[in-house]
Design a binder for this molecule. Structure first.
Ligand code: ACM
Ligand code: ZN
Length: 568
């Protein structure tokens, strides 16, 4: 996927963003301390020293970088002084690194895998984009003299992936991980279960994938009333999941699985109807939106099921955190005239009575607190921590849960104020299924909304967080739901380059952020993405859509916008 002619055209079209002068140093996310020198170091056939103290994973990561340089330059490196050196410096934090490029060569220091990985990613972005191509290339194979001392602002730098609404192969998942790694993200939140498909093999409950992984149709376009009637689905075996976990770990990324509970569970209910309040029958959902049917909180067998499922999940995923969802249990937008099952289920009523929960609008939230708490205790006893969507704060949440703030920032701010850790993923800035351009008729489908690149970039995670609570903001994540996204090309288009803007929100100190500098650096990033073969949006260069139609003139755009309905 080469976009060169379009980039040329884009240079003439300065509709959506003005471009300042090119920068000499186009690394994204911008390192937190950079001092540029005068001169360059030639990497072609350079000599190499690697510290024997390096752990095997760091050794492998540095070796991948060395191989990339050797392949792209067409010349092997030889062992010896005066070129690259990679040294373990135990004084540095795990994600910190130092690079010094001068006439003596390029010296890298880090203490652990992530530091070495990030040093290599920075070095790669300092080289010509052809370093990402995986083939020998003619280019000016030099590194600029520079002293860089870098570490991230936030420890949690996440990106979410939804294989439930549309299913992504292991290969595409690895590509997603590759581009996350290139921009120094370190958590993949993998949303593995939902109403429209159960995607994780659970050996004890084979029907979850025999039945729950398949639906009999998918919404056609944006028309919720019509499905295509085509059987659709897929799932990952535990071996495949382990393969992804290991692949991500080699790239410094922890995979956090999400088992969304007690809502968003229709695929599980279709597999085991006895887990629902009514006993069904249920069908794996063929439409989008939020289902009314959820797990029955009054049935102890549901907890046996959840604990058995989570035991297998923990066996596959070594992450400190397990995401237990918890969103939208009572937002069911299908069957508006039907009551919420928890309001009319005798088993749920009995449970509420046992717990002393009084009838009223909050009762369901207290019952959800009970579910969250039981699962939280189970996971804590097994040495794990829970993350839940901000909905789990309704009622009385027990201490120890981490809140993922998606309904704007208010959940995260409230969580931090109450002493809960929080991850900021507000739908005001980080829902990458929203449109990124204003011209919806030229864009591939978004779910709605409008989150352009500059809006993503503008987010400041600590706004409104008092100094004493700031330690609770663990980091930032973007979510990419895939109701309307069915192809890898479209997925990447929605992801990129917004994920690059996200990476600066996650990595850079506030004083290092500068949208003009970032925007200019995107030219290099677009060349890198071309080399890696990713699709990406060029909305910020005035080229709209997957087939890269040039944008309208400003006057045409205005009349188009005037004709659009208000809101979504
Ligand atoms: C969500 O978007 N329902 C977390
Ligand atoms: Zn019930």
């Amino acid at each position: 996927m080469k976009h060169f002619p379009y980039l040329l055209l884009a240079a003439l079209l300065t509709l959506s963003c003005s471009r300042p002068q090119p920068q000499p140093f186009q690394v994204i996310p911008m390192p937190n301390e950079v001092e540029l020198g005068k001169g360059t170091f030639s990497v072609k056939g350079a000599s190499l020293v690697m510290d024997d103290e390096m752990d095997p994973q760091s050794w492998a990561a540095v070796s991948r970088f060395v191989k990339a340089v050797e392949t792209a330059t067409g010349k092997p490196m030889k062992e010896g002084d005066g070129g690259f050196s990679f040294t373990v410096n135990p004084e540095l934090e795990a994600e910190e690194y130092i690079i010094k490029v001068d006439k003596r060569g390029a010296a890298v220091q880090a203490s652990a895998l992530n530091g070495f990985l990030y040093a290599c990613e920075t070095l790669k972005q300092m080289l010509p984009a052809e370093i990402y191509g995986g083939v020998k290339a003619k280019a000016d194979w030099v590194l600029p003299y520079a002293t860089i001392h870098d570490k991230p602002r936030f420890a949690y730098r996440g990106m979410h992936m939804d294989p439930c609404r549309h299913f992504w192969s292991i290969e595409e998942t690895k590509r997603y991980i590759d581009v996350m790694a290139a921009y120094k993200l370190n958590r993949l939140h993998w949303h593995l279960t939902d109403d429209q498909g159960w995607r994780i093999q659970i050996k004890r409950y084979p029907r979850l994938t025999e039945v729950g992984a398949w639906r009999d149709g998918t919404v056609v376009g944006k028309n919720w009333g019509t499905t295509d009637g085509i059987r659709y689905g897929g799932y990952y075996t535990q071996d495949q999941l382990r393969e992804v976990v290991a692949y991500a770990a080699e790239r410094g990324i922890t995979v956090i699985p999400e088992i969304d509970l007690p809502g968003h569970m229709v695929a599980a209910l279709a597999s085991y109807p006895e887990l629902g309040c009514t006993g069904g029958p249920y069908k794996v959902w063929e439409r989008w939106g939020v289902a009314k049917d959820i797990l029955c909180a009054g049935n102890d067998e549901v907890f046996v099921f959840l604990e058995n499922v989570l035991a297998e999940v923990m066996d596959v995923f070594p992450s400190e955190y397990i995401h237990i969802g918890g969103d939208e249990c009572f937002n069911g937008d299908a069957e508006p005239d039907r009551p919420d099952p928890w309001d009319v289920c005798p088993k749920c009523a009995r449970r509420m009575a046992q717990l002393g929960i009084r009838r009223g609008p909050q009762a369901k939230h207290y019952l959800q607190n009970y579910v969250t708490s039981r699962i939280q205790h189970f996971l804590t006893e097994h040495g794990r921590k829970v993350i839940g969507w901000d909905d789990i704060m309704e009622g009385n949440l027990e201490p120890g849960a981490t809140i993922m703030s998606w309904q704007g920032v208010k959940g995260g701010l409230a969580a931090a104020a109450q002493g809960f850790d929080a991850i900021m993923a507000p739908n005001s800035h980080f829902y990458f299924d929203y449109y990124q351009g204003q011209e919806r008729d030229k864009e591939p489908f978004g779910i709605g909304g409008y989150i352009p690149l500059e809006k993503v970039y503008s987010y400041e995670p600590l706004t409104g967080v008092p100094a004493g609570s700031q330690k609770h903001i663990l980091g930032v994540q973007a979510n990419l739901w895939t109701e309307y996204i069915a192809t890898p090309e479209h997925l990447e288009y929605m992801l990129l380059p917004r994920m690059c803007a996200l990476s600066e929100v996650q990595w850079c100190e506030a004083s290092r952020k500068d949208y003009d500098r970032f925007n200019t650096s995107l030219d290099h990033t677009f060349s890198i993405l071309d080399q890696m073969g990713y699709m990406y949006s060029l909305d910020c260069r005035g080229l709209v859509g997957l087939d890269r139609k040039p944008a309208r003139t400003a006057a045409e755009l205005q009349s188009y916008l005037d004709a659009q309905p208000a809101g979504w």
